[in-house]
Design a protein around this ligand. Structure first.
Ligand code: ADP
Length: 426
């Protein structure tokens, strides 16, 4: 085997350790225990969960799961990182089980914002469930990490300028909002030693200036007073999510042209001014999404450092999304295969399926090959559908026809796809 690498050559790999809800162990103790466990674990590193050794009673008692993250971009050695190439960075966290805390307006019962303590149970697994062309998620994570680092190290913004505003834009249903939430969750885990507390505030811009709010101005004031309080606490990392920011610009334009009540312009302007003020706080990250790709005329986003286009899923992403859906239906027993020994059928990922189909000698039984091919055919057929539509397909297909067997189900799914596509307006 190759000689151990010198320390500075080591590749940093994140290891996320989720505590059980019942655990009261100190995070620092768990971190040490996991580091010790990893030192003795002379295995390869790939993304995904790893087992806790049976005899490690401390970890068994306190830890729900341990996951290796971010290896995919770094693979060198035939897709495998070996233990001596790696320096694990262990992040211990406990999920907050509280759902969103919504601020409801007295009479209308519309909420102007929702607030989560991070990392939240609601967003657990979201990052992993989102599939994009390689690099997008890592790029976002790295950008945000650099922005936080610059702040933490006190880089003078007059000498080097950067901001903590992220804009994700692209067609509806491509997972932009989910990606913002998942990113906030990831950062809250990765930065927990600097910021032990994190919150996500989702501003419902639509309802903020909807006609039901005669007192929207007060709501904006209340909202920002709340955010300001969070931000003043130096140990808090605060994420503010504003969906569909273009609606703010549109409302302002409409108000100027007189087609919108003048109340709403005050609210929009108040919101924009507050956001502008907020962006100078070091422990705030502003996350915004937009369904339009044209420039958005809003002061606080037009200079966003991090603008990423989030497009419709590629073939590989479509395949992976459908695969994860089917795997879930197999897990829950809604789908099965007609073969008795297939209890724990694992559908191959895109790369390994390509290998299987390209291989001269058939890999797997005729029956399985047939399933793989149908699955690939389904992924090809749904070009143009959004990620959101893809995640609904298996449900629609199930409601549409015979589906106790996986092969039949895939056929139903392909006809469902063709029907869905014919219903997309051009
Ligand atoms: P947007 O904000 O772009 O309209 P959402 O975040 O509301 O999209 O996405 C809706 C749902 O669609 C997500 O929760 C997710 O389940 C699914 N989805 C969309 N794009 C993807 C993707 N690229 N990979 C996996 N799931 C996706």
């Amino acid at each position: 085997s190759p000689p151990p690498a010198v320390a500075e050559d080591k590749i940093l790999i994140s290891v996320e350790v989720c505590l059980k809800p019942s655990s009261t162990a100190r995070m620092e103790d768990v971190k040490l225990a996991v580091e010790r466990m990893l030192e003795n674990r002379n295995l390869s590193y790939v993304d995904g969960p790893i087992d806790i050794p049976q005899d490690d009673t401390f970890l068994k008692e306190n830890v729900q799961r341990i996951c290796i993250c971010d290896t995919e971009e770094r693979v060198t050695n035939h897709g495998i990182l070996l233990f001596w190439q790696v320096k694990p960075l262990v992040h211990v966290f406990q999920l907050s089980e509280e759902g969103p805390c919504e601020d409801l307006d007295g009479d209308s019962q519309l909420s102007s914002f929702s607030e989560w303590m991070l990392p939240a149970k609601d967003f657990d697994g979201m990052w992993e469930s989102l599939v994009y062309e390689s690099g997008l998620k890592q790029r976002l994570l790295k950008y945000a990490a650099s922005a936080l680092l610059f702040t933490e190290k006190g880089v003078d913004p007059l000498l080097v300028s950067w901001n903590r505003i992220i804009l994700l834009h692209g067609p509806p249903g491509t997972g932009k909002t989910s990606l913002c939430k998942a990113l906030a969750q990831k950062l809250s885990i990765r930065f927990s030693s600097r910021y032990p507390h994190s919150q996500l505030v989702e501003v419902n811009a639509h309802s903020l200036f909807s006609k039901w709010f005669s007192e929207s101005g007060k709501l904006v004031a209340k909202l920002f007073q709340k955010i300001q309080e969070m931000v003043e606490e130096d140990n808090n990392l605060v994420f503010v999510l504003i969906d569909e920011v273009e609606s703010l610009a549109a409302a302002r334009k409409a108000a100027l042209s007189g087609s919108e009540p003048s109340d709403s312009i005050r609210v929009v302007n108040a919101l924009l001014t507050q956001m502008d003020k907020l962006k100078s706080s070091p422990n705030v990250i502003i996350l915004t999404t937009s369904n339009i790709t044209a420039a958005i005329d809003i002061a606080f986003v037009d200079r966003a450092d991090i603008k990423a286009y989030v497009g419709p899923p590629t073939l590989q992403a479509r395949y992976e999304i459908l695969r994860s859906c089917l795997q879930e239906l197999l897990r829950t027993g809604i789908l099965s295969t007609s073969q008795d020994d297939d209890d724990e059928l694992i559908l191959p990922n895109y790369a390994s399926l390509k290998d299987k189909l390209a291989s001269a000698t058939p890999q797997g039984s005729e029956y399985h090959l047939n399933i793989w091919k149908h699955l690939m055919e389904a992924a090809e057929a749904c070009e143009g559908l959004s990620g959101r539509s893809l995640r609904k397909l298996p449900f629609l297909a199930h409601a549409n026809g015979e589906c106790d067997d996986l092969t039949k189900f895939l056929q139903t799914m392909i006809s469902t796809i063709n029907r869905e596509r014919s219903e997309i307006p051009d």
